[in-house]
Ligand binder design. Structure first.
Ligand code: ZN
Length: 330
């Protein structure tokens, strides 16, 4: 997608990005290098074909395939460097990046070693004006015990740069209530609480996450468009939705929530949420897998009918709802 509607001024504004997965940021050229390291020869074109999924199960399969090549700390260092370069190009000065620690544990890796490699790879980017902080993430479908191990891994890493714990993956599996103890433990050790909810699931998943788990921001949350009372609650309590429009189009999440096929960018509920007073933070989710950039997402928001002053406010919210105060000056 090109960004003809986006003013150069908005494109060049310093930005904060708060919903972004390290693994899903792996561009085809980097994926190719990664695979070559592990003896698998693929062309960039073949990687692109794997990135051309059409629904949520297809997305999860691709994510699984890609992460199967993240075998050792230096692989994580490679994709982290790739991500940091990409963020600088987008004028991102602060990002809270999600690491799929649940996947590392499933593959019997040591999250401490992988995380250390990521920190070493990205630390030099601070001098270039990019500050990265981290979210340790569990996969919902792996269950609550596996999620608790992710929280404990965050504790063992004992790094001030890990700000939050979250859950992603298949929202339709495993009840929200089953994760209550996990979130209590995350809070106890000083982590902020996040979750992917109301992406493929209904508005009740968002309510449960707020009421049972005490989450502070909602990943996606687009199902809220079907529940006016929930929209009021999000606005009153100022609970931000982390909105990733291209992701919602590519996984079929938007079509599912709107219960129709062939949805377009203009059908996204972002303007409705924003004008209802719900805080929104605009993000790319898995930019390489969804063929997007943060500037593309702002262009998409303009295409939805948001005015330039509204885009300014959305950009500001990225800083306002970050878990650490982020300085815009670079
Ligand atoms: Zn996500």
């Amino acid at each position: 997608m090109t960004a003809p509607e986006l003013s150069p001024r908005i494109a060049s504004l310093p930005k904060a990005e708060l919903h972004l997965h390290l693994e899903g940021s792996t561009e085809p050229s980097t994926a190719r290098t990664l695979m070559a390291r592990h003896g698998v020869k693929v062309t960039e074109q073949e990687v692109r074909q794997r990135y051309a999924f059409r629904d949520f199960p297809g997305f999860l399969e691709t994510f699984k395939w890609l992460t199967s090549f993240l075998c050792e700390p230096q692989d994580y260092a490679l994709v982290a460097t790739n991500l940091a370069e990409h963020l600088l190009e987008q004028h991102v000065v602060y990002a809270e990046v999600t690491l799929s620690v649940g996947v590392m544990l499933l593959r019997k890796q040591r999250p401490e070693a992988n995380f250390d490699a990521v920190l070493r790879a990205t630390e030099p980017f601070e001098r270039r004006g990019l500050r990265l902080r981290w979210v340790f993430d569990a996969a919902r479908q792996f269950g609550s015990e596996a999620a608790m191990a992710v929280v404990e891994a965050a504790k063992n890493c004992s790094s001030k740069e890990i700000l939050a714990f979250g859950i992603g993956g298949d929202e339709l599996q495993v009840s929200t209530a089953g994760f209550r103890k996990v979130y209590d433990r995350a809070a106890e050790i000083g982590l902020h609480r996040l979750i992917h909810a109301g992406e493929m699931g209904g508005p009740e998943k968002i309510r449960e996450a707020i009421e049972l788990l005490g989450v502070e921001r909602i990943g996606h949350g687009i199902a809220a468009i079907k529940d006016p009372e929930l929209m009021d609650l999000l606005a009153e309590r100022k609970i931000p939705l982390e909105i990733c429009p291209q992701s919602n189009l590519r996984t079929g999440a938007l079509a599912r929530q709107l219960a129709r096929e062939n949805v377009r960018m203009e059908d996204h509920p972002l303007p409705t949420f924003f004008r209802h007073g719900i805080p929104v933070v605009l993000s790319t989710d898995d930019p390489a897998l969804f063929h997007t950039t943060l500037c593309d997402e702002y262009a998409g928001a303009a295409q939805m009918g948001l005015h330039e002053n509204e885009l300014d406010q959305i950009c500001e919210m990225g800083f306002q709802y970050a878990f650490q105060p982020a300085h815009k000056a670079t």
